[in-house]
Design a protein around this ligand. Structure first.
Ligand SMILES: [Zn+2]
Length: 296
C-alpha cells in the first residue's frame, strides 16, 4: 500500500438542459490558508470562522476550485473560460485540455470560447505556446472588459500580472473576438448578463433550452458558504468591490427566485446547485441527482 499517488476525484460532470448538453470540468484547485481576508475582506475573522464552522469547514484553510463549463447545442460547442492550460502555476491546475478529450470533445470542435472576464484563471488557456488553443473558435468577450485590460486604466498593483497576461494572450486574438454588451445574445438560448464589479466588464450568463433554465454566475460568488452568508462581504479579488456587491445582490436574487440550477466557476466541483434564500442571507444547495433525472 502506498499513498504516493494523489487521490482520484470527480473531474467531469455532465447533464442535459432541454436540448443542450452541459459539461463541467475541474480545471484544478488551489489550497489556501487565508479564508480571511481572501473570501471576505470587510468581515471580522470571527464571523468568517463561525460561518465556516456552521458549514463543517475548516478555518482558515480552504480549497478554491476552477470549474469551466462547456455547452453543446445543435450546431455549437461553447467553451466558457477554459481554464489555465499550460500556464497553470501549479500541477493542481491546468487539467482542462486533457479532460476535454476524456469527455469526448477536442479543442478543434469548439466553435465559441466565451470569456466571462480577463483574470488569469479564465483566459490563460486561450493560447498554447503562443498559438490559439481553440483554432476554430470565435472568442466572445465584453467590450468593456477588453478595453479595460488592453487600455491604460489604473489598476491595483497585484493586477499588473493580469494585464500583462491579457495583453499576451487575448490582444493578439482581437481579430477573432466578438465584443459584446450585457444582455447580448451569444447564440440562441445563451444571453450575457451584467455582472460588473468583479472586473470592469465581468459577465454572467443565462441559458435556456426548451423552457429549461440555467444561470452561469462566473465569479459572482467567491466562496459558496462565505459569499452567500452576507452579500455585503467583499471578495479580495473584486476589482471594484462596491460595484461587485451590487451585481452580486441582483444576480443572487435572480438566481434564488428562478429556482433554476446555478453554476459558479469557483463553487466546489461539480459546481452545480441551487441558491436558497434563508432569512436575511442565502445558502448554496448542491445539486444531487435532480439533473440526472431530467429528460429521461
Ligand atoms: Zn476566477
Amino acid at each position: 500500500m502506498t499513498s504516493s499517488q494523489s487521490n482520484v476525484r470527480p473531474e467531469i460532470y455532465q447533464f442535459n438542459l432541454g436540448k443542450f448538453k452541459v459539461t463541467n470540468i475541474l480545471d484544478g484547485y488551489f489550497h489556501r490558508a487565508d479564508m480571511h481576508p481572501f473570501a471576505a475582506t470587510n468581515a471580522p475573522p470571527s464571523e468568517i470562522e463561525k460561518v465556516a464552522k456552521d458549514h463543517h469547514l475548516p478555518y482558515p484553510k480552504l480549497e478554491h476550485n476552477f470549474v469551466p463549463t462547456i455547452i453543446e447545442t445543435d450546431d455549437s460547442l461553447i467553451a466558457f473560460d477554459p481554464g489555465f492550460g499550460k500556464r497553470a502555476p501549479a500541477p493542481s491546475a491546468g487539467w482542462y485540455n486533457d479532460l476535454l478529450e476524456k469527455t469526448g470533445y477536442n479543442v478543434d470542435q469548439v466553435t465559441h470560447v466565451v470569456v466571462s472576464h480577463g483574470h488569469p484563471d479564465h483566459i490563460a488557456n486561450l493560447t498554447t505556446d503562443d498559438a490559439p488553443t481553440f483554432k476554430n473558435a470565435e472568442i466572445v468577450i465584453s467590450r468593456a472588459e477588453y478595453e479595460f485590460w488592453s487600455g491604460d486604466a489604473p489598476i491595483p498593483e497585484f493586477r499588473g500580472a493580469t494585464r500583462k497576461m491579457f495583453r499576451e494572450v487575448v490582444v493578439p486574438l482581437a481579430d477573432r473576438c466578438r465584443f459584446i454588451e450585457p444582455d447580448a445574445s451569444i447564440v440562441g438560448g445563451l444571453t450575457a448578463l451584467n455582472a460588473s464589479g468583479h472586473s470592469a466588464g465581468h459577465l454572467a450568463f443565462h441559458v435556456e433550452s426548451e423552457g429549461k433554465e440555467l444561470m452561469i454566475l462566473s465569479d459572482t460568488i467567491a466562496h459558496y458558504a462565505i459569499s452567500l452568508a452576507n452579500l455585503e462581504w467583499q471578495f479580495s479579488m473584486d476589482d471594484n468591490p462596491e460595484m461587485a456587491v451590487q451585481s452580486r445582490k441582483r444576480l443572487v436574487e435572480q438566481a434564488a427566485s428562478s429556482k433554476a440550477p446555478i453554476i459558479g466557476f469557483h463553487m466546489p466541483f461539480p459546481s452545480v446547485g441551487y441558491i436558497e434564500k434563508s432569512n436575511n442571507s442565502y445558502e448554496w444547495r448542491p445539486a444531487t441527482y435532480q439533473l440526472n433525472l431530467q429528460d429521461d
